[in-house]
Design a protein around this ligand. Sequence first.
Ligand code: SF4
Ligand code: SF4
Length: 327
Amino acid sequence: MSRVRDNIDVYRRLCVECGTCRKVCPSYRHGGCDPLAVMLGDNSKVFDCVGCGNCTRACHHTNPKIVMLAAYSIVLDMPVSQAFLDTGYTRYPSDDAPGADLEPTWTGDDVYVMPGCVAKCVVPYVVYATSSAMGHMGVGACELPGFTCCMYPVQFGTMQDEERIGYITRMGETAGGRRMVNLCGGCTEIMSRHGVECQHLIPFLHSRMDALPRAEKPLKVSVEPGCAAVEHMDEMVEVVERMGFEHVGNEPGCCGKNSRNTAAALMAERQSAAADADLVVVGCPMCQSKYDSVPGGKPVVYLTELVAAAFGDRRSLGCHTIPVPEF
Ligand code: SF4
Ligand code: SF4
């Protein structure tokens, strides 16, 4: 029996202390997490890690992100939350969440959509918009039945691996060979690592470009796939351009998530990157909630909201804090 946190030294031993992870770490740039120090054994330096994965993408020797997540779980030492035990999500779904009153309009079961905890509990209007977009595109889709938490390691550091992985593999079994589409790149990353066949929404839409609508009033957009889906940046740009939008050419980055000391600085960078855009388009429910809570910030839509609204269904956009322009 082992836990996420027990395997940490296997990855640490492979570190050659080159410091590349530091150079690419957005949190370190703003005085937050120090990935090299964490790799050398100082778990206290993991605070403000946003889990972006830049360190692992840049490292040629080991997997620092796995160490960061495990170290974070050690430092937090959080028991499995009551919300998860009660609902199967890491937080409680709320009737007060924006869009909780919008009933999804699923049209079939050829494709299972796995929303993840943030879409389900924080921005449920994204789930509604996804059902609308899928229906208009002629995709028979519905929500994956049962609990749909990807078991992101930080919150489950005290759980035995066998139990945690059991939850993940059961989602694959529930899908029963049907295509599974994730709304969050973090879910795709964790589930794929444990052998569950699934795909992030961006490549899914990219593989169905012929079914995408054209916007009546194309806007300038900046594009943010989200840290865990950053490999799909080019596909996401092609999707929005296919719909008639003009990409302002921004490089993708991290919204700052819930980082205590660096979130504001990281979000300020993203707002600056979107300076020439009328609208930010995101591929991550966490990004959606964070951008939409910036006072005076750029309007933002999750990618399926863009599709649903271009088909004429703007209901989800009425749930936003920052008004979204016509397109
Ligand atoms: S984790 Fe990788 S990138 Fe960071 S110091 Fe070690 S070997 Fe270098
Ligand atoms: S996951 Fe991102 S924030 Fe965390 S240490 Fe790696 S690069 Fe830094």
